[in-house]
Design a protein around this ligand. Structure first.
Ligand SMILES: [Cu+2]
Length: 138
């Protein structure tokens, strides 16, 4: 292989690898502002409406991204609790698939002010993976 052709091979390899790496990290969910990450997965999500308010039902637009080499999640559960108070929500979220690795969770409500924790349970071919993200709700 000549130097020029090996440089070309490296460049092509970089072009092939880059989009997967970007979609797993920064571009996951394409603009969804909140993140829960770990175990090789990123959950990007956005509440609807965007501002969380005590005592108001909201939805979550959720995208799940796997790092390169990890299998795609096959199912998602969304829940929330208040770790300091050891209780969950008074409502159970329902989920519907809205696209490739994309879900809409409906019927969530934070019934009191304080620190809440979003809980995401990903079913993957390698087992269940749990991710969380905490928010302060006033
Ligand atoms: Cu509480």
């Amino acid at each position: 292989m000549t130097a020029a052709s090996s440089r070309l091979a490296i460049l092509l390899a970089a072009l092939l690898v880059l989009p997967a790496a970007v979609s797993a990290a920064g571009a996951c969910g394409n603009g969804l502002p909140l993140r829960a990450a770990g175990h090789g997965y990123t959950v990007a999500f956005a509440p609807q409406p965007a501002k969380l308010a005590v005592g108001q039902h909201f939805k979550l637009d959720v995208a799940v991204c796997a790092e390169p080499g990890r299998p795609a999640a096959t199912a998602l559960k969304v829940d929330a609790d208040m770790p300091a108070h050891r209780h969950g929500m008074n409502y159970r979220a329902s989920l519907k698939g809205t696209g490739e690795q994309r879900w809409l969770a409906e019927g969530l409500m934070f019934h009191m002010p304080g620190r809440w924790r979003f809980l995401f349970e990903l079913a993957t071919p390698q087992g269940v993976r749990k991710l969380s993200h905490e928010v302060e709700v006033e």
